[in-house]
Structure formats: C-alpha cells, structure tokens
Design a protein around this ligand. Structure first.
Ligand SMILES: NC(=O)c1ccc[n+]([C@@H]2O[C@H](COP(=O)([O-])OP(=O)(O)OC[C@H]3O[C@@H](n4cnc5c(N)ncnc54)[C@H](O)[C@@H]3O)[C@@H](O)[C@H]2O)c1
Length: 390
C-alpha cells in the first residue's frame, strides 16, 4: 500500500458520530489519515452538541463546519463549493438508516458502520437509493482489510483448498460477562432494542464473523438455525448465540457470537475446510495464516511468504516481522474506497485489487442474517431461510 498523496489529501471527508468518548471514532480517524487520501473537514460528532463542538475544535476543524446534527451538516455542506465528498457514519445502529439516507440523497459517498440498519427494508432502500444517486457506499467490515484475510480469500478463489465443505467462524469475547450496560453509554445502547435493533451480540460482533465467512469463501448463507441466550441478569437481548449455517454452494457452517466468553479477549477467528486442505486465522495473531494441505505438514504463512497472492502482498506497509494489525486493516478499507472513488471521479478504471471492498449489499446480508437468526431462535431453532434478494 503506497501513500501517494502525502500532505495533500484529495478527498474531503465528514464524520457523523465518533465523538471523543466513542469506541470506534478514533479507528476511523486513524484509517482516514493513514494513507493521506482524506482530509477531515466537517463533523457532527456527538449527541451532546457542546461536547461535539469542543471535540471538533480539538481536531482542528473550522468552527462553522462543526454541526449540531447530521441534518444541518448535510444541508449546509450541500451549499458549499468545497462540500464533503465522503461521510463516515458511526452512530448507534438505529440511526444509521436516516443518517445514511440523508447523505446519499445529497449525493455524498458513504462509509457506514455495521449493522447497516436494524431491518432489511431499510437496508434495501439504502441500496436502491445509492444506485439511483450513483454514490459509492461501503459497510465498515474492517476485519476484511487484514492482509491474511485477503490471502485466505485469494487462496479459496485459486482452488488451493478445494471445494469448501465446512466453515466455522466466531467472534466471542468476555467483555460483557457483567452488567456493563449499567455504567457505559456504549454498552447501554447496545443492550436496548430501541437503539440496537432486535439483537445484541449477533448484531454487534456476529455480523463481523458472518462477513469474514462469506468474504473469504464467496458463499452466501441461505438458512440458519439459531439459539440465543441472555445470561446476565436483566439483559433483554442475547449475550451469547450459537448458529448453524447452510451456505448456497453446499458448505455447512457454524457461527458463535458472544459477550460472555470469559477469558477470550477480542475472540475473532475463522476456520475453513475444503476437499484439498484447510485454513485458519485468528485475529489476535493477524499476520499468520495456517494452511494445512491434505497429506502435508501444516504451514504457517507469514506476510513475506512466497505463497502470498498479490491481494495480500500489496497491503504490506513495512517489512514483514513488524507487527501490523488492526489500524492498518481499517486503513486498507478506507484506502481501497478512496482508490475506487478517485477512479470514478477521474473517469478511470480502478485497480482491480482494490475491489474487495465490503459493500452495502454485504451489509444488507448481515441484516438479513440477523432477522433470520432472531426468527429461528424465537421458534426453538427452526431452520429459517434468509431473504437474500441481492
Ligand atoms: N467496525 C467495527 O469494528 C466496529 C467497532 C465498534 C463499533 N462499531 C459500530 O459503530 C457504531 C458506533 O459504535 P461505538 O461503539 O463507537 O458507539 P459509542 O456509543 O461508543 O459512540 C457513539 C458516538 O456517536 C455519537 N452519536 C450518537 N448519536 C448521534 C447522532 N444522531 N448524531 C451524531 N452523533 C451521534 C455519540 O455521542 C458518540 O460520540 C455502531 O453501529 C457499532 O456497531 C463498529
């Protein structure tokens, strides 16, 4: 990944949410600054206007471009010759739809946090609108930006593990083993159906595990059988879920999402088994991919291994052995988004290696998956088909 713009970023960027105390705002700011594609020039950072204003000033923004809310931001930006070209939306789940819709309608390209909406009708509406307005949108499945995840996808595409038979994916951490929602704003909205939607951990972390599975294997989930539990007293939404998966090209799968897996830190991992071999990746050791070829001793691929495909090699920023990781993965998504957008603005063809971007359609599949899981779990684990209209 090359930093080709240095101190002269070509794209004007605005942020909705991501205030000073937010969990994910800083990751987006690091990502947008990493390769000098974007300049943060506008924002409605916080529900608390005073806090948002102070924070915007601390980030070096002009006071007249720190807005009290997203509606004012979209309206006022739209009147400017130098209006933002991209907006990043990182607010609680229930607000994604109205905010994204407002900016798409204004013709502004969108990077939207997951789950992209709390119901599939809203997700489909955003897709239709973005196609009509010809704006570029991405769902922020940041983990698909890791080089070894791109390597895993390239290996599957190249047939290196054969026909995929089994997919096991999990995002199971232990950070919500106690009632953290009683003293954390971020945990409180995640555990309230009005703000989170019908799910807690499946929406919050399970959608990432799902996306990794579908991104790497190219298979879509067609049917689920889910079992959700709320272990912590007083919790309305699930803090643990086990889901059996049936994929469209014949693979069988399992997804585990949890907030009560005590002892697990971040807990994101995936294993894929095919007719010729298996691969396994654990996010806490992101620069190693285990490849077990049938009849051979397992190999650990590293960032400088000769077996790496160009999709992974291009993402190496420093010499292998240096610990690259989470922030770079986020940056890779932002930088691919910028490359595609710049190609579009300049009427050029984007580099094909940039096109592995998580799309709004991927986001919609996450929402369809959540709907199916909730329905299945409410019906004692009955197999439920996902809608999958895209
Ligand atoms: N991709 C990832 O890895 C990842 C990780 C964490 C969170 N997320 C997603 O990002 C979103 C935000 O999560 P978070 O953990 O940062 O939440 P948070 O509660 O920590 O922060 C939310 C921020 O948005 C602000 N806000 C809320 N409503 C707003 C509005 N209408 N207008 C402007 N600002 C508003 C809040 O004041 C706060 O600053 C969620 O959808 C979550 O699922 C994604």
């Amino acid at each position: 990944m090359k930093n080709r713009f240095h101190n002269n970023p070509p794209l004007r960027y605005g942020m909705v949410g991501g205030g000073e105390s937010s969990q994910i705002g800083d990751s987006h700011r690091v990502a947008l600054n990493r390769d000098s594609y974007y300049r943060l020039v506008a924002g409605a950072f916080d529900l608390n206007q005073e806090r948002g204003q102070k924070f915007g000033i601390s980030l070096g923004l002009e006071p007249d471009r720190i807005y009290s809310d997203y509606k004012e931001m979209a309206t006022k930006e739209n009147f400017r010759d130098d209006k933002i070209q991209v907006v990043g939306i990182m607010t609680p789940n229930n607000t994604h739809y109205p905010i994204a819709k407002t900016f798409i309608e204004a013709g502004i390209n969108v990077i939207l946090e997951k789950p992209i909406t709390t119901n599939s009708a809203d997700a489909y509406d955003l897709i239709k609108l973005s196609r009509k307005k010809e704006v570029l949108c991405a769902s922020m499945y940041g983990y698909s930006g890791y080089p070894m995840v791109r390597q895993a996808k390239a290996m599957v595409n190249a047939g290196e593990i054969g026909k995929i038979r089994v997919i096991q994916t999990e995002f199971a951490h232990g950070n919500c083993a106690l009632a953290v929602e009683n003293h954390s704003e971020g945990a409180a909205w995640r555990n309230d159906p009005k703000t989170s939607g019908d799910s807690f951990v499946l929406a919050d972390v399970g959608t990432h595990a799902l996306h990794l599975a579908t991104f790497i294997t190219g298979q879509k989930v067609m049917e689920v059988s889910a079992d959700r539990q709320s272990f912590v007293e007083g919790r309305v939404l699930e803090d643990n879920a086990h889901v059996l998966l049936r994929f469209d090209k014949g693979a069988s799968g399992f997804l585990w999402a949890s907030g009560v897996a005590v002892g697990h830190r971040h807990g994101l991992a995936i294993r894929v088994f095919g007719s010729k071999g298996g691969i396994s990746w654990v996010q806490e050791r992101p620069n190693q991919l285990t490849f077990s070829k049938l009849g051979h001793t397992p190999l650990t691929l590293e960032l400088d291994s000769p077996e790496l495909h160009p999709q992974a090699k291009r993402l190496l920023r420093v010499g292998a052995g240096h610990p690259e990781g989470y922030f770079e993965a986020f940056s890779n998504i932002y930088s691919d988004f910028a490359e595609i957008l710049l190609a579009k603005l300049n009427r050029e063809t984007p580099d094909q290696l940039c096109l592995d971007l998580p799309t709004l359609e991927d986001g919609a599949r996450g929402v369809e998956f959540l709907n199916a899981c909730v329905k299945s779990s409410d019906n004692n684990g009955r197999w439920i088909k996902t809608e999958s209209i895209f």
